[in-house]
Design a protein around this ligand. Sequence first.
Ligand code: DGL
Length: 270
Amino acid sequence: MKVGIFDSGIGGLSVLHHAMKVMPQTHFLYYADREHVPYGEKTVEEIRGFVEEILNFFIEKQVDAVLIACNTATSVSDMEFRSRFPVPIVGMEPAVKKAVEQYHEENSRILVAATPVTIAGNKLHLLLDRVDREHEVDLIALPGLVRFAEAGEFDSSQVDAYLRQELSQFDLNRYGTVVLGCTHFNYFKRNFCRIFPGNVDFVDGKGGSIRQLLRLLHQEEASDCSHQVDYYFSGKPASETELKQIEMYLTRLEEMYQIYRRKANAKHFL
Ligand code: DGL
């Protein structure tokens, strides 16, 4: 089975990282549109154009399905747009429903962090109308984190200062859950933890999107997975240097996965 996964850049590696753990026997094609990152600060028409180009690239490569590992690209590509392509296409949206239904605790609020395009998009507001009945959800656009992630800058004081500044408009004591509504934000869990005074849970949509993809492909989650990955940067095969960078990003994601999986288990299952 051949599956195309794409993002504007390296954010979608967080989705690939998870997919490699649970999808059986898959040949992944990972496409980072680095020539056009950040999507979250472009116009809807521009982003649709990039998405169309990438989907055509995947069709030429004869993939069986595509996973849009980008909340921003999903937010501008509706079902009608996606149905023009001859393979199943699964998107990702901020996991607000999951946060409200599974993580929310009384008297604590939920913060959804995403790109400016996702935050302003109709799709997110329609979702909030459906699931945020008690008005417990607040929104914040954090485009700076996309730039830091692309530069490979994670634990610097500049990143924390940026986050602190952007979050200063909220009383952080009131928040128990952060929805990572941009795949680039997965790299910054540790920074969020340093800034929020209490314990926060992180929720995102990658697990749900991968399960949906498996359903469409009539497959089940597996724990014994063998896979092959080909990496492309805006249509060109990744160079040796780019492959080394990818390895560094995947190492960081594995680190986050190990730390925060343990924490989530401790909070919810003990
Ligand atoms: N990683 C993308 C997302 O999930 C977008 C980042 C960007 O290019 O602005 O929304």
